[in-house]
Design a protein around this ligand. Structure first.
Ligand SMILES: Cc1cc2nc3c(=O)[nH]c(=O)nc-3n(C[C@H](O)[C@H](O)[C@H](O)COP(=O)(O)OP(=O)(O)OC[C@H]3O[C@@H](n4cnc5c(N)ncnc54)[C@H](O)[C@@H]3O)c2cc1C
Length: 484
């Protein structure tokens, strides 16, 4: 039997007394789906899982947690990959899942804006927008599982950042329940508003450490009526970046994706047993998946074909999808590679970025260092290179012991991050810091940034009950935390 320490029993009793019936789960079997993330690498031991139905429920929960000093962690779709959304492994935290707060509150094709609750699955929010002939351009592999609150809290990126920006660039307003249970209503669909500080920006990318996002207002865009997709084979990453530089100018800024995949990734997809075939007749060291989209009277296909025709000095071979189904099969290559790259086992994930102008040198240098020190490991390399963002993931040799895997992950991550530092890059371009990247982040962050971050944490969450120990160290504080 799992005997709870007295402080946890007191917390549970306080919560049970205060929240409406049907909101709290406490049985281990009921809590299991909320205790493991998408990757299966991160597990938590929640004290309870709360599933509020309304903003008032969230506020009530937080008021009681604030009063009693009960630590909480907001949770979306659990696809965040840095161990931030599961409860602390040592126990004691209450998971607040936003899954039932999932309504579309409003949408206007004239304002090109929508207001959607935090628990809405991204793909469903995108479908709402499309039904109004608009597009919500946050697009990536996990969109069928991740939720709006998680997208905002991680400042999600994806395939379309090069055209539309990160989530930060798309949020017009937020509604947030603060650590003490008060509701901050910053929900608005204004395009221009210079009344003082832009507080919403502080919550975007804050990984649940400053408040619980309950709804977000997003910018929408006209839904493109034409989408063209091409898959091209190249000799080098350098050529891929040269092609990108040309594409930005010659495709009239109509590019919506420019995805790099090295041959190893294509081999993974082809060998995954998904019935995929190589779109090109011969293998090439490097590939780029290009998407352009437009509305109106633009002849998009002609623009893309002319561009690729003129780039014959760089493009060795390529195909432009002749149908939506063919385009989907090209994207399926990428998706299959991502989903099967670890062969069912653990692998090291990185999501780094460097200036676009340095990306080719960065990839060359990192792969050379990895091959020199760990020739036994497979480095799967792909990325949204139009944003300077690349994933360099490390798959250990089969039958490695858990200790050997740990050592390999530590050493290869150090190699990758050292090269990132040399190129003035970021160790986290997408997934955030959470728990997994915390040490690497704290080792690099400057004192002034840390001081400001600590003061922000103290101001928004004086008792440090919100996702404590994510991004910043547990209980790290400038002013000293008040009693919990
Ligand atoms: C296959 C795959 C592909 C991916 N591709 C990309 C990609 O291309 N680009 C990219 O940026 N990311 C990508 N990701 C990472 C991930 O999908 C995103 O970070 C996503 O935004 C997380 O959303 P979620 O709902 O799953 O959040 P969760 O994992 O549940 O939570 C993530 C963080 O947000 C916090 N949080 C969740 N909800 C709230 C809320 N309502 N209020 C406050 N804090 C909250 C959590 O506490 C945690 O810190 C990918 C992941 C997978 C598995």
């Amino acid at each position: 039997m799992n005997v709870l320490p007295p402080s946890n029993r007191k917390s549970l009793a306080a919560l049970t007394a205060a929240v409406p019936e049907g909101i709290l789960l406490t049985a281990e079997t009921d809590m299991a789906p909320y205790s493991r993330d998408w990757s299966g690498d991160h597990f938590g031991r929640p004290l309870a899982v709360a599933r509020p139905r309304t903003v008032e429920d969230v506020s009530t929960l937080m008021k009681i947690c604030f009063r009693e000093g009960i630590p909480v962690v907001p949770q979306g779709g659990l696809t965040g990959l840095v161990g931030a959304a599961v409860a602390a492994p040592q126990g004691g935290e209450v998971v607040i899942s936003l899954e039932r707060l999932n309504r579309l509150r409003s949408i206007s094709a004239i304002d090109f804006a929508m207001v959607v609750e935090a628990g809405c699955i991204l793909e469903e929010a995108k479908s709402f927008a499309e039904a109004h002939d608009c597009v919500l351009p946050i697009t990536f592999g996990a969109q069928g599982s991740c939720r709006i609150g998680g997208n905002v809290a991680t400042n999600a990126g994806g395939f379309n950042v090069l055209r539309y920006g990160m989530t930060r660039d798309l949020v017009l307003g937020l509604e947030v329940v603060l650590g003490d249970g008060r509701v901050w209503n910053g929900l608005k669909v204004l395009r221009k508003d210079n009344r003082g500080y832009d507080l919403k920006q502080l919550f975007i990318g804050s990984e649940g450490t400053l408040g619980i996002i309950t709804a977000a207002a997003f910018k929408l865009f006209p839904r493109p009526t034409q989408v063209e997709t091409a898959f091209v084979g190249l000799r080098s990453v350098e050529d891929a970046m040269a092609l990108y530089a040309r594409a930005r100018r010659e495709c009239s800024d109509l590019l919506t994706a420019f995805e790099l995949i090295l041959r190893g990734g294509i081999d993974i997809a082809l060998n995954a047993g998904a019935g995929l075939t190589d779109p090109l007749s011969e293998p090439y060291p490097v590939y780029v998946l290009i998407e352009a989209s437009a509305g109106g009277r633009v002849d998009l296909r002609a623009i893309l074909e002319d561009f690729l025709g003129d780039a014959g000095d760089i493009v060795v071979d390529g195909v432009v999808a002749s149908s939506k189904a063919q385009a989907e099969r090209l994207w399926l290559l990428r998706e299959t590679m991502v989903e099967t790259q670890g062969g069912g086992g653990r692998y090291l994930r990185t999501d780094v970025s460097v200036p676009i102008s340095k990306l080719a040198d960065f990839v060359t240098d990192t792969l050379a260092e990895l091959a020199k020190h760990h020739p036994e490991a497979l480095a799967v390399t792909y990325g949204h290179v139009g944003d300077g963002n690349v994933h360099l993931n490390i798959v250990p040799p089969q039958n490695s012991t858990p200790e050997a895997i740990e050592a390999l992950f530590h050493e290869t991550e150090t190699i990758i991050f050292d090269v990132v530092d040399r190129y003035g890059g970021s160790i986290s371009a997408e997934h955030g810091i959470g728990r997994v990247k915390q040490k690497a982040f704290l080792d690099r962050v400057d004192k002034v940034t840390l001081d400001i971050a600590g003061r922000l944490k103290d101001a928004f969450d004086p008792k440090h009950i919100l996702s404590d120990g994510r991004i910043l160290g547990a209980h790290s504080s400038i002013g000293g935390i008040a009693d919990r």
